[in-house]
Ligand binder design. Structure first.
Ligand code: NDP
Length: 333
């Protein structure tokens, strides 16, 4: 395993981390999830990503159970979770009022609830899962700093914030002598590049912003396994997940965008063949090549997928400038 600094912090995270959206507590049963966690840990993955709302809180519970089951020590792990979306905890779930968003109240209560589900005293990173444009940025920055000062999280980050919003958080943090977001969590893969490569470019140098990137396989599309299929394969998360996000995503199966992306994936096959690697490995290796990426969050649903995906670290070492150029030509970007 390779370990990289989380942006400009002293924290070292495995270059490949394991996420838990949709999978654990969702379409993968607990015993199977434990096997995947173990495989990841044994491969040197020290960084596990989750969120309060993944599988309605069950993803955090399964991760916490895995840590206890295997007797892992928290000082050997980097655990991240996210607050913002809430979990229908209010007396009237249809009207969550203060049980969502990034008010000081919800940031603190939300993380306390996550820690309870994880059964841990602290996490390493807590993310603002989305921007909250109805709460003053000063309140948000102070709220996350409170979590850091009270030892409930060591760093804070953002997810799906714009460059301007991240810079605004830093401006306020600097003014108040507080800690700004160390890391942003955006989508980044061969098909989605704009934010990471253009919009955020000036933030890496100016604020030392780290990146933990999600959906590196564009939810499986970049593995090529959906090419030539009229339905999602029966064991895939698109076919089996009941989570509202994946149900919504599965409805896009076969639409125009989907088809356009599959056509691009088809064009990448000769590049993968030339390297003698799978499409998944090519796609992950390509993300790993970006030095601004602190960690690539994979979403494996079997131990075999962990093995295949971790091997992308070796592929990244072999990926030459010529091959990167060829990929750009093939994708037209
Ligand atoms: P990916 O794009 O890597 O998709 C993961 C899915 O791809 C797996 O569930 C699996 O599908 C398939 N897959 C993975 N490896 C292989 C392989 N080697 N061969 C064939 N199929 C493979 O990542 P995710 O979209 O799952 O995102 C990763 C993590 O990022 C999440 O778990 C979460 O922690 C985080 N995330 C954060 C978001 C945010 O808003 N901050 C949003 C989305 C994700 P199948 O199960 O069908 O086999």
């Amino acid at each position: 395993m390779e370990y990289r600094h989380l942006g400009r912090t002293g924290l070292k995270v495995s270059a490949i981390s394991l996420g838990s959206w949709i999978t654990y507590g969702g379409h993968v049963d607990n015993e199977h999830a434990f096997d995947i966690f173990k495989k990841a840990y044994d491969a040197g993955i020290n960084f596990f990503d989750t969120a309060e709302n993944y599988s309605a809180g069950k993803a955090e519970i399964v991760l916490g159970k895995a840590i206890k089951k295997f007797g892992w020590k928290q000082n050997d792990l980097v655990i991240s979770t996210k607050v913002y979306f809430g979990l229908n905890n209010s007396a009237d779930p249809s009207n969550p009022i203060n049980n969502v968003g990034l008010s000081r109240k919800y940031i603190i209560e939300g993380l306390n609830l996550s820690l309870k589900r994880l059964d841990l005293p602290y996490v390493d990173i807590v993310y603002a899962h989305r921007p909250d444009r109805d709460t003053p940025i000063e309140e948000i920055v102070r709220g996350f700093n409170y979590l850091i000062n009270s030892g409930k999280s060591f760093y804070w980050g953002t997810s799906e914030w714009s460059a301007v919003e991240i810079a605004d958080a830093w401006r306020v943090a600097d003014k108040l002598n507080l800690i700004g977001p160390a890391v942003e969590q955006p989508q980044y893969n061969l098909l989605v590049r704009e934010k990471v490569e253009n919009e955020f470019r000036w933030l890496y140098e100016k604020y030392g912003l780290g990146l933990t990137v999600f959906s590196p396989l564009k939810q499986g599309i970049l593995t090529g396994k959906y090419n030539g299929q009229s339905q999602p394969p029966p064991d895939s998360r698109l076919a089996t997940a009941k989570d509202k996000y994946s149900v919504a995503y599965s409805k896009t199966f076969g639409n125009e965008t989907w088809q356009r992306e599959l056509d691009l994936v088809e064009k990448l096959k000769p590049v993968a063949e030339e390297l003698g690697v799978s499409l998944a490995q090519l796609a992950l290796a390509w993300v790993l090549k970006n030095e601004n990426v602190s960690s690539v969050i994979i979403g494996a649903s079997s131990p075999a997928q962990v093995d295949e995906n971790v091997a992308a670290l070796e592929v990244a070492k072999k990926l030459s400038g010529d091959q990167l150029q060829k990929i750009d030509e093939v994708l037209g970007n």
